[in-house]
Design a binder for this molecule. Structure first.
Ligand SMILES: [Zn+2]
Length: 426
């Protein structure tokens, strides 16, 4: 007897299987046609996936678009300036409410694990207090991991260093930084060194906004890989963005990628944001601004796509749909073969879960019973359609349902409804 059985779904690896859930765990996967359950979901013909995972987000800034004004230049730097104006006037209640609203959107999209950076440059640490409160409030349905992020520079902002350490003392999970925003390359490198040392001392993970720049000489990823191996932080460190790599000299990159692989430094490109923000000083040809995704994958580097922003000073769109992120990543990185398209789905599910260190994630017996039923036949079709999340199950409970979105047609000698699913997958 199970509490819940999800019957007949197609798993991401192509198998058809029933999934039996007891309490908060997956108890069985296979042919459960003779088994009984308190509740049954018919997923025949639909994709059943582990939940989406966002390895890079800013929950303290989301849904603040237009307050107090919009980003006229569309650049990262104007966004940082605008955020500076906004954070002076925010209240903790507003921060909590906006973040909870975003978590509602995420739940409805099957996005059940989020790593969010939280700004630690405000002496009041309002954002930190707010997101610690939100982490607690959503813990039954979203695993929220927080990164202490000195947005205005660990050394460049006068109290950032002290406040970042305070935030970690308050229970923030991961050490963050922004070396390319420090005053000099030397300060940037020094910040990477000290931040990695703090993580090593405290047994924490590291995730730096690293080289989010079009400057090919922004090479803090080299220092990050070096400090990771020096301090034995293998597998616990990620570089977010890494956009300067798209402009770096190829010979230099041929040395850099093996160093990243050796240190097991993961990469978190943010395709929606970087195709929007990067290359703003270019005329033509204009750079795409996404890091070297395929090249990193071919070196065995773990890559997870992040969403970064939704409706904030840096990005005016977004819906908490990680399939939008995979869709953009697929295009900008030119990941067009079937295998590569499939990898784009993995980069917003399993690969990002690996970066966050989630041990009980996935579709296997004993794992957390969190999964999504999608109106698609397989992962590639999911990226193509970005379809309705028919059911979202978090830790054994159905937390969201969305009806199929079929259109009714009024055309002579044509079907009455259309689903836009490919015949081979129906
Ligand atoms: Zn970011």
């Amino acid at each position: 007897m199970f509490d819940l059985i999800v019957r007949g779904g197609t798993l991401p690896d192509g198998r058809t299987a029933d999934i039996g859930i007891r309490a908060t765990k997956i108890a069985a996967i296979g042919d459960l046609s003779d088994a009984e359950a308190g509740k049954v979901i018919d997923a025949a013909g639909d994709l059943v996936s582990p939940p989406f995972v966002d390895p890079h987000f800013h929950l303290d800034a989301t849904q603040s678009y237009g307050i107090p004004r919009i980003n006229a230049s569309g650049t990262l730097l104007e966004g940082i300036g605008l955020w500076g104006e906004l954070k002076k006037v925010m209240t903790q209640d507003q921060l909590v409410e906006r973040a909870l609203t975003y978590c509602d959107w995420a739940a409805s999209m099957g996005l059940l694990a989020i790593r969010s950076h939280v700004d630690t440059c405000d002496d009041r640490l309002l954002g930190v207090e707010a997101l610690l409160e939100v982490r607690e409030k959503v813990k039954d349905y979203i695993d929220l991991q927080l990164v202490a992020f000195p947005q205005d520079g660990f050394y460049r902002a006068p109290t950032a260093r002290e406040n970042t350490i305070r935030a970690l003392d308050m229970g923030v999970d991961v050490v963050g930084g922004i070396p390319h925003f420090e005053r000099t390359m030397a300060d940037g490198a020094a910040s990477v060194k000290e931040l990695c040392e703090i993580a090593a001392e405290r047994g924490l993970m590291v995730d730096l906004h690293c080289d989010e720049s079009d400057d090919p000489m922004s090479r803090h990823i080299e220092t990050l890989a070096f400090e990771t191996q020096r301090l034995g932080l293998h597998g616990r460190v990620a570089g977010s963005h890494l956009t300067s790599m798209h402009s770096m000299d190829n010979y230099y990159v041929s040395k850099l990628l093996p160093l990243m692989a050796e240190a097991q430094v993961a990469a978190i490109p943010n395709p929606l944001i970087n195709i929007m923000l990067q290359g703003r000083n270019d005329t033509f040809p204009k750079r795409r601004g996404l890091t070297r995704v395929k090249e990193m994958l071919s070196h065995g580097i773990t890559v997870g796509f992040g969403q970064d922003c939704v409706l904030d000073p840096w990005y005016s769109l977004g819906t908490a749909d990680m399939l939008d992120v995979a869709f953009m990543g697929l295009h900008v990185a030119q990941m067009s073969s079937p295998e590569e398209m499939r990898q784009c789905f993995d980069m917003v599910t399993t690969e990002s879960a690996r970066i966050l260190g989630h041990q009980d994630y996935g579709l296997r017996v004993g794992a957390q019973a969190s999964l999504v039923v999608l109106d698609a036949g397989n992962p590639i079709e999911a990226v193509r359609l970005r379809p309705a999340r028919l059911y979202v199950i978090a830790k054994g409970k159905v937390i969201s349902k969305t009806p199929r979105q079929n259109a009714e047609l009024a055309l002579p000698a044509r079907p009455e409804t259309v689903r836009r699913r490919h015949a081979a997958h129906n």
